[in-house]
Write a new protein. Structure first.
Length: 189
């Protein structure tokens, strides 16, 4: 059955790699790159709109600087990435507002992944779905790429995969995905 404008949701989650790329540029280069990236992003949304899409979900960038993969980087690199993510997310919010203004017949949701991930990293109990996490600081190698949500490897310091926030150095486990999904459903009401 073909989709219709009324029943289809188009979801976009760009930006993590783009924000990471920004830390290698000087301030003016980063500004130009960011502007071009956001313009390209908007072009993608407009393309879907022209094709008939009217329901959009855009996700901002979580605090990638706080992932285990970035924990090994210098404090300066982490601070620079933190700043780049803040700039990216601010530019993304402006782009979303522009999309809403340009297409009043469309519904454009902006999900704040940054706030959710930041809260869970700081305190897993901030969300009921992550309250049982034993660590937000590391991962266990046997769980990398695992599709078993209840995998338990006795060599893992914090126990089963569902006790970890991270599946690997940057990707969250199903516990976090479940929280994100529930929050998106609540956002969309």
């Amino acid at each position: 059955m073909p989709w219709t404008a009324r029943d289809a949701l188009f979801t976009f989650w760009f930006g993590i790699n783009d924000a990471v790329d920004l830390i290698g540029f000087n301030v003016s280069q980063a500004s130009l790159y960011l502007a071009a990236d956001i313009t390209a992003y908007r072009t993608q949304l407009d393309f879907v709109y022209v094709q008939g899409g009217r329901n959009f979900l855009v996700n901002n960038v979580p605090p990638t600087d706080r992932t285990p993969g970035w924990g090994f980087r210098s404090a300066d690199d982490r601070a620079r990435l933190h700043d780049m993510i803040a700039q990216w997310n601010a530019a993304l919010a402006v782009m979303v507002d522009g999309m809403r203004a340009a297409h009043p017949d469309a519904v454009v949701f902006l999900y704040d992944a940054w706030t959710t991930f930041d809260a869970v990293i700081t305190d897993p109990k901030s969300r009921a779905g992550t309250a049982m996490l034993a660590t937000t600081a590391t991962w266990c190698d046997p769980y990398i790429g695992s599709t078993d949500p209840y995998a338990c490897d006795p060599t893992c310091a914090y126990g089963c995969v569902d006790k970890y926030m991270w599946q690997d150095y940057i990707h969250p486990t199903w516990r976090v995905h479940e929280v994100v999904a529930a929050e998106i459903v609540a956002l969309m009401g």
